[in-house]
Design a protein around this ligand. Structure first.
Ligand SMILES: Cc1ncc(COP(=O)(O)O)c(C=O)c1O
Length: 405
C-alpha cells in the first residue's frame, strides 16, 4: 500500500527533466554561458586566455583592472604565507584574523562611515544584511530591478517587501505615503544597476526618505571605485551620502577579489554582526582575499587616474556606438548596454564577437527587461582595444541588421 502511494507520487525532478532550453541553445551553437578561460597573459591586463587564444575582455567587472596587478597579487601571496589558505571558522569564533579587523577599519575609512562589516561574498552581504535589519513590523520598499541578492535578502526577511517601478519616484512616493506610521521603512536600490548600467535617482530618493522617515540602503557594487570624486559610489556622485544609511559593496569588482561589506553607523553594524545568520554561520573571508582588497583600496586612492580613464572609456564607447546606430539604454556609467531585444540575435552577436576574439556579456530577458549585449569597460582598456571593439561591432551589427548605415 505504502509502496503504491510512493510510485504514483509526483517526481520532484520533473522540472529538471523538462528544462531543455540550455540544450536547445547548445545544439544551435548559440549557448553563451560558462565560457572557459584559462588565465591572463602576463602583461596585457584587458586580455584573457582561452586555450591558445587571447580574448579581449569587454565583459568583466574588474573595473580598475587590478586582478592581475603585481602589488595586489603579491599582497595575496604574502597573506597565504603568513595566515594560510583559509580561516576554518566563523568570524564570531576562531575565524577573525587581525587582517579582517584591519580591512573593516580601512573600508570604514575609505567609505567615510563609522564602521564596516565584511561577509564572504557580495551576495551573502545583501542577503545577510537585509534579512536581518528588516524584521516583523518593517517594510522594505525596493526598486523592481534590484539585484537578485537584494531581492533574496528582502524575501528572507520577516518584514514585508513592496516593489516600486524601476526608478519611478511617483510610484515610490505613493507606496511610502500608504504605509502605516508604526511600520519601519527601508528603501532598497542598486546605485548602479548591473545589467542596464543606469543609476538610481538618489537625490529624489533621499528627499522622499527624509519626508517619509524611511532609511535607505544602497548597493554600490558597480559604483565603488567608479563613481564619485573619491570612488565612494553613486551616493558620493550625487552628494547624498549623509542620506544613505547603509552602503553595501562587493570585492568582486573594483576591489579585485571576492567578498563583500556593508558600512554604516556602529549600532546598526553591531546588530547585524550579532544577528545575521549569513554572517555568524559562515566561515570568514580567506586571508588572501582580504589582503588583495586592502592593496586594491590603496591603489584606487593612489591612482585616481584609473577611475577617470574608466569613465572616459565608457563615455567614448556610448557616444561612438550611438553614432554607429546602435540602440543603447541611457546612462553615464562604464556599463554600456546595447539593446538587441531578441535572444537568438543576442547570442549570434555574442558568438560573432567571440569569433573576432572579443568577449562581451549576453544578457537575456527575463533577467532584464531588454535582451542586451552588455559591454563593461576597464581602466586598462587602451584606445586600440576600443577601436577593435567598435570596428567589430560595426561590421557584425550591419551583418545582423541591427544597424543600417
Ligand atoms: C548589484 C550587485 N550586487 C551584489 C552582487 C553580488 O556580488 P558578488 O558577485 O561579489 O557575490 C552583484 C554581483 O553579481 C551585483 O551585481
Amino acid at each position: 500500500m505504502q509502496q503504491q502511494a510512493r510510485m504514483s507520487a509526483k517526481d520532484l525532478f520533473e522540472k529538471a527533466v523538462s528544462f531543455t532550453k540550455a540544450d536547445e541553445f547548445r545544439r544551435a551553437g548559440l549557448y553563451p554561458y560558462f565560457a572557459e578561460f584559462s588565465g591572463s597573459p602576463d602583461s596585457i591586463e584587458a586580455e584573457v586566455r582561452m586555450g591558445d587564444r587571447r580574448i579581449l575582455m569587454f565583459g568583466s567587472n574588474n573595473y580598475m583592472g587590478l586582478t592581475t596587478h603585481p602589488e595586489v597579487k603579491a599582497a595575496a601571496k604574502e597573506a597565504i604565507d603568513r595566515y594560510g589558505t583559509g580561516c576554518s571558522g566563523s568570524r564570531m569564533l576562531n575565524g577573525t584574523m587581525d587582517l579582517h579587523v584591519r580591512l573593516e577599519e580601512r573600508l570604514a575609512r575609505f567609505m567615510k562611515r563609522e564602521t564596516a562589516l565584511v561577509f564572504g561574498t557580495g551576495f551573502q552581504t545583501n542577503f545577510g544584511a537585509l534579512s536581518t535589519i528588516a524584521q516583523k513590523g518593517d517594510c522594505i520598499i525596493a526598486d523592481r530591478n534590484i539585484h537578485a541578492s537584494l531581492l533574496d535578502g528582502c524575501l528572507a526577511s520577516f518584514g514585508r517587501t513592496l516593489r516600486f517601478r524601476h526608478n519611478d519616484m511617483n510610484d515610490l512616493e505613493n507606496i511610502l505615503a500608504s504605509l502605516p506610521p508604526d511600520e519601519g521603512r527601508l528603501i532598497v536600490v542598486d546605485g548602479v544597476f548591473s545589467m542596464e548600467g543606469d543609476t538610481a535617482n538618489l537625490p529624489e530618493i533621499a528627499r522622499l526618505a527624509r519626508l517619509y522617515c524611511a532609511r535607505v540602503y544602497v548597493d554600490e557594487a558597480h559604483a565603488i571605485g567608479v563613481l564619485g570624486a573619491n570612488g565612494r559610489g553613486t551616493s558620493e556622485h550625487f552628494q547624498v551620502e549623509s542620506d544613505v544609511d547603509i552602503v553595501m559593496g562587493t570585492f568582486s569588482k573594483s576591489f579585485a577579489s571576492i567578498g563583500g561589506f556593508i558600512a554604516s553607523r556602529r549600532d546598526v553594524i553591531e546588530f547585524i554582526k550579532h544577528h545575521s545568520r549569513a554572517f555568524v554561520y559562515s566561515a570568514s573571508l580567506a586571508p588572501a582575499n582580504a589582503a588583495a582588497v586592502l592593496k586594491a583600496i590603496e591603489i584606487i586612492e593612489r591612482e585616481p587616474e584609473r577611475r577617470l580613464r574608466l569613465l572616459e572609456m565608457g563615455a567614448y564607447l556610448r557616444r561612438e556606438l550611438a553614432q554607429l546606430g546602435f540602440k543603447l539604454l541611457e546612462g553615464f556609467t562604464p556599463i554600456v548596454p546595447v539593446v538587441v531585444d531578441d535572444e537568438v540575435l543576442v547570442c549570434r552577436f555574442f558568438w560573432e564577437l567571440m569569433g573576432e576574439g572579443i568577449y562581451t556579456n549576453a544578457v537575456l530577458a527575463p533577467a532584464v527587461s531588454h535582451s542586451l549585449v552588455r559591454i563593461s569597460c576597464m581602466a586598462t582598456h587602451t584606445d586600440e582595444h576600443a577601436e577593435r571593439l567598435l570596428e567589430a561591432m560595426y561590421r557584425i551589427g550591419k551583418r545582423l541588421e541591427l544597424i543600417n548605415q
